[in-house]
Write a protein that binds this ligand. Structure first.
Ligand SMILES: CC(C)(COP(=O)(O)OP(=O)(O)OC[C@H]1O[C@@H](n2cnc3c(N)ncnc32)[C@H](O)[C@@H]1OP(=O)(O)O)[C@@H](O)C(=O)NCCC(=O)NCCS
Length: 395
């Protein structure tokens, strides 16, 4: 088996047949094939690796060049997507070989972090990834927002098809990536796919002349659902402005379903709001995302709490080694260390769980992702306090 990088021009003939078999309803008609081929132009910036068996393509995987905010700093991120092997070649280790090769290339290209949506988390945990929270949906009747309809809010909303409002939407997501922990965005070439899809409306909220909220949505039918994708806001005023807009659909739809980050509390959005909050995680069709660190030196300077720990990072071909993590200045200092004794042994999922703010040092121990002394636990907890990431991009 040979692994090689393919060009954007080769995607349709070499990668697409594998991708379609793995991820689409198939077999595909000629018309359907044409449509799918047309989407490949959005993937031109992806780095795609192909595995060939006797010269025949059997498996492939791609990395999407993205950016992600981790604890306030935006890093170069490799989004791993489209890992697939054709059935005759499965269970021969090709997927594992492709992921290993891709992560090495991504690390060498300067990516500091990586994220993905797993078909099976245990597969990717062995590649250093840790689970991040899944988004929730909040479902409620528009009539429950009646109290908001006549509230005077200092701002307004604008409504357009996403094709017309795309630039505003994109600009707002680029603002959020600089501000929100965990938030990740596509490169321009991939992000425009939503503009061209023509299957979404866009509502934006403005206050004091600037965009403070945005959400794409669609309506399933008269008396049906108004389904909102991510409710993106800078705060409560923006959220109230967007909800007020959705409340105007009271005589049109039966239900509003909104996607929100795991740290949202929709039951507190309004008095008398009867809301069903849900998140279903299942594999492979409805996974929670995962992420890993590809370079510890790469996160030096990150804003952290005061603490100091010598840690052994283990079981990883990319970042294993002994490190000093020093947060006493409020910004992380990282360097490799040979002489000091380690106070904690961390697998990369354990380390990533701390840095992404999703695991406490005690979680790391009980999940079997590391061994941490009591003193190191206090230091790591102080440096990396819990905080809930919101990935936003799905790929
Ligand atoms: C998921 C998928 C990519 C796996 O591809 P694959 O090439 O069969 O994967 P690998 O052979 O590298 O590994 C798969 C599993 O088979 C095991 N395996 C590999 N060779 C084996 C063998 N000879 N006998 C038994 N098991 C074997 C691997 O150990 C691995 O299991 P583990 O994770 O528990 O260790 C493939 O099933 C697929 O295309 N699925 C549909 C698309 C999809 O869901 N993609 C994932 C998107 S995130």
């Amino acid at each position: 088996m040979k692994i090689r990088q393919i060009t954007a021009a080769e995607r349709v003939t070499l990668s697409l047949p594998i991708q379609v078999y793995a991820f689409e309803s198939s077999p595909v008609s000629d018309g359907g094939w044409e449509q799918l081929s047309a989407t490949q132009r959005y993937y031109e910036s992806h780095l795609s690796l192909l595995a060939e068996e006797n010269g025949i393509p059997v498996a492939d995987v791609s990395a999407v060049p993205m950016r992600q905010n981790v604890r306030g700093t935006v890093y170069q991120m490799a989004g791993v997507a489209g890992l697939a092997t054709l059935p005759p070649a499965r269970r021969k280790g090709y997927a594992r070989a492709l992921v290993t090769e891709l992560l090495g290339q991504m690390r060498d290209a300067g990516n500091v972090v990586s994220a993905l949506y797993p078909f099976r988390p245990s597969f990717y945990q062995r590649f250093g990834y840790v689970g991040l929270p899944r988004t929730r949906t909040a479902a409620f009747a528009p009539s429950d927002l009646a109290g908001l309809l006549h509230r005077e809010l200092h701002g307004d909303t604008a409504w357009a098809p996403i094709s017309a409002g795309y630039e505003t939407y994109r600009e707002f997501t680029l603002r959020l990536v600089a501000e929100r922990h965990g938030f990740a965005v596509f490169p321009d070439s991939r992000a425009v796919q939503i503009r061209d899809s023509e299957d979404r409306w866009l509502v934006t909220a403005r206050a004091n002349g600037e965009v403070v909220g945005a959400a794409t949505y669609r309506i399933t039918g008269h008396g049906g659902d108004l389904v909102v994708d991510d409710l993106l806001t800078t705060g409560p005023l923006a959220r109230a402005l967007l909800l007020q807009f959705f409340a105007r659909h009271v005589d049109q739809v039966a239900r509003i379903v909104v996607t929100v980050g795991a740290d949202e509390t929709p039951e507190l959005w309004a008095t008398d709001l009867a809301v069903v909050i849900g998140a279903r995680t299942s594999f492979p069709e409805s996974p929670a995302p995962m992420a890993r660190i590809l370079s510890l030196e790469g996160i030096a300077g990150m804003a952290v709490g005061p603490g100091f720990a010598v840690v052994d990072v283990v079981e990883d071909p990319f970042i294993a080694g002994r490190y000093v993590l020093d947060g006493r200045t409020g910004h992380l200092v990282v360097h490799r260390e040979q002489n000091l004794e380690p106070a904690a042994t961390l697998t990369v999922p354990g380390l990533a769980g701390l840095i992404y703010g999703v695991l406490d040092p005690e979680d790391v121990v009980v999940r079997g992702l590391g061994a941490v002394s009591a003193e190191a636990a206090n230091n790591l907890r102080a440096m990396f306090p819990r905080c809930t990431p919101y990935l936003f991009a799905s790929f």
